[in-house]
Ligand binder design. Structure first.
Ligand code: NAP
Length: 323
């Protein structure tokens, strides 16, 4: 553990439940910046626990979440969105008074609904969503810098202890993230258009290409640099995580898909009727959005589809890409 982040009082015992990409990245970042005196990693899979131990990600590794949370002052649930409710029910009775529980789920409304009822009085719940990730899963995929200059959105339910929210804000900032606070409902609407629908489009276009009979698989792969390649990266994201996202953010995703379909129809008409000016005007507007994302530091102008390579995490076969 490093000497600690100036201005941040380390947690005494940080328990991370689910040591995949996000959980292991938090473990690495917390250790790197000295954000906890003790880090306990919990995973249900014995093989994953052995790998977490070998990677040295935590001071203790266990399969028993209920026992692990006893005396913890910070517990983070890092599991697929729909697994949070059962986990909260299991650990709820064992949480120490004054502990702060958080999560990292990509959907917030359903997590608040599923988790909050299981937490006893005296426990603060400060849900979080780090808007950072890669298409890789598992403890080997994580790296300490994953959250640097990325947003982490906190969605504390009404009445949450403000000191607990401030503590979680400081925790994410100490890992290099920028923090914004909003309601779970607003989070789910914003993320539906910026993350969930784009993933659905990627899954769809890659699925369509895979089903095409007149274009062989080898041609799809050979000529993928024409644009398809970038969709395949997103469509390689974890199936369980994304199944849960679409099932739990159903309303916002369907609302955004409705708008998307209308706009797609308008584009279809422009192509059919040869409306070059219309197409040009739209493509000019969209280019401005891309430039805005680069200017805000959320992307680089590098020609590699704007993706920046960073050194591989131990055990990874290829450099991770930040998205
Ligand atoms: P991951 O690498 O696949 O890891 C998932 C972890 O959850 C694994 O440790 C897995 O255990 C555990 N798990 C799965 N189902 C479980 C269950 N029913 N009960 C208990 N544990 C269970 O996934 P991840 O990318 O870290 O995602 C974790 C969370 O972060 C998700 O809620 C996701 O929405 C959110 N998130 C992901 C990204 C991203 O880009 N990946 C970005 C932001 C937020 P095993 O080891 O046994 O498989």
């Amino acid at each position: 553990m490093s000497a600690g982040k100036p201005g941040f009082t380390p947690f005494k015992r940080l328990v991370i439940i689910g040591v995949g990409l996000i959980g292991s990245s938090i473990a690495r970042a917390a250790r790197k910046h000295g954000l906890a005196e003790e880090i306990v990693a919990v995973d249900r899979d014995a093989d994953v626990r052995a790998r977490v131990t070998a990677l040295g990600l935590a001071d203790r590794v266990t399969g028993d979440a209920s026992k692990a949370v006893v005396e913890a002052d910070h517990v983070i649930l890092c599991v697929p969105v729909m697994a949070n409710g059962a986990l909260a029910a299991a650990i709820g009775p064992h949480l120490a008074k004054g502990a702060i529980v958080s999560d990292v789920g990509s959907v917030k409304g359903s997590v608040v609904r599923d988790v909050a009822p299981h937490l006893p009085k005296g426990i603060a719940f400060v849900p979080a969503h780090p808007v950072a990730g890669t298409e890789h899963s598992g403890p080997e995929a994580g790296f300490a810098e994953l959250f640097v200059n990325r947003w982490s959105i906190l969605t504390p339910p009404e009445g949450t202890d403000e000191a607990a929210t401030a503590r979680i804000r400081a925790f994410w900032e100490a890992m290099g993230a920028n923090v914004e606070i909003m309601t779970p409902e607003h989070h789910d609407l914003v993320l539906a258009i910026t993350s969930h629908v784009p993933h659905l489009i990627a899954y769809n276009i890659v699925g369509t290409a895979a089903d095409m009979e007149k274009v062989t698989q080898s041609e799809v792969i050979k000529f993928s640099a024409g644009g398809f390649r970038d969709f395949t990266r997103i469509a390689a994201s974890d199936p369980t995580m994304w199944r849960d996202v679409f099932l739990t953010n159903k309303d916002a995703v369907l609302e955004m898909l409705g708008r998307f379909n209308e706009d797609l129809l308008a584009l279809q008409r422009m192509i059919r009727w040869g409306d070059g000016d219309g197409l040009h005007e739209l493509f000019t507007r969209t280019r401005t959005i891309r430039r805005g994302i680069i200017a805000s530091g959320q992307e680089t102008p590098a020609p590699d589809f704007g993706r920046r390579s960073i050194p591989p995490a131990p055990g990874n076969v290829e450099p991770e890409k930040i998205r």
